[in-house]
Design a protein around this ligand. Sequence first.
Ligand code: ADP
Ligand code: MG
Length: 315
Amino acid sequence: MTEFNLIAHIRQRSARLSQVLLGIGDDCALITPPTGQVLAVTSDTLNAGVHFPHDTCAADIGHKALAVNLSDLAAMGAQAGFCTLALSLPSPDASWLDGFLDGFLALAQTHQVALVGGDTTRGSLSINVTAHGWVPPQAALRRNGAQVGDDIWVTGTLGDAAAGLAQLLGGEHTDAALLARLNRPTPRLAVGMALRGIASACIDVSDGLLQDLGHICQASGVAAQVQLAALPASPALLALGSASALYRYQATGGDDYELCFTAAPAQSHAVQAIAMQLDLPITRIGRVVTGEGVQAYDADGALWQPNAAGYQHFA
Ligand code: ADP
Ligand code: MG
């Protein structure tokens, strides 16, 4: 396969969606944005050996490459619209590409995201996706709106992906439910949109809860107190050990792609109604206070000091 065969194949498998006036095949795509909304734009790269183990299957890589970008749109309260895909491949492997597209395009279809263009080059395996969504300008969920006295909430459960990765890297027996969270994260787009007008600040948990919540605190000029015993855990995670042994996965492990947000206490019923309606747990894990930084407390009320609050490149 040549570069042009690869592109033709991607084009042939991509869905045509109504917001796309012109998709893959010209110098640019042409898109019709909805009137009265602004574009939300985000870009994330996955490098083999850094963001996923080298032997990860192609469909999982395809899913994750799009999911991590859609998670950023979710954290902004945006509706997903369209994306581009820049692929760097060591060789023109048609069956790898088909596996990748299986994972990528299935998730794109679930959220009605159009693949409208990209770039295809030779190099070590690396995938960059840029995703665009829309949101009314005043409704976007920014990081800088947290107020002293707000509750801190998190969707779903935390720590599964980090625990799954630890099993993989340790060469241990791996748990399928944990690995599924690592390889197939679920972007919380419906929650993000439902939180418009309710959350005061929001971020997606990609690099570790305490670190990501720290970004909200810094942008908002506030501090956070987190109760570790309140952090939601899946049955698969709980099966691994005592609650305190799991804190490092839940509080500092990455790759959760859940939403962490703040909201005034008066919004608590509205938050619980969203959880019911979307059939997804949303758990109150702490409170916004004056000061700076994030403090985490264990079940005895003692301050908990992790080795690192989360993942950082070049650290
Ligand atoms: P140009 O040289 O004008 O940048 P390319 O030959 O790189 O164009 O790409 C041709 C068309 O195919 C463009 O519409 C581009 O957006 C699209 N394209 C290239 N690679 C990909 C890819 N990996 N996924 C989706 N579309 C792609
Ligand atoms: Mg061109």
